[in-house]
Design a protein. Structure first.
Length: 66
């Protein structure tokens, strides 16, 4: 199975999020970075799709993305 995952990234200060493909199933979970995005683009991605927070919704996003 595969999912798109938006994760915090510190590699590029102007693009603090990485859009990744997450492969998981009966074998080890693997992540591949597709691109890095800025906060505005990350917000658009979150608002466009049904966001599912793997580790719980961040406090800063709890009011922004209802």
């Amino acid at each position: 199975m595969a999912d798109l995952v938006l994760r915090p990234s510190s590699h590029y200060p102007d693009k603090p999020f990485a859009l990744q493909l997450r492969h998981h199933g009966p074998v080890e979970t693997e992540y591949r970075t597709l691109c890095r995005v800025n906060r505005s683009t990350a917000d658009e991605i979150i608002n466009a799709g049904g966001a599912f927070w793997l580790l719980g919704e961040p406090k800063e996003a709890s009011n922004d993305h209802d």
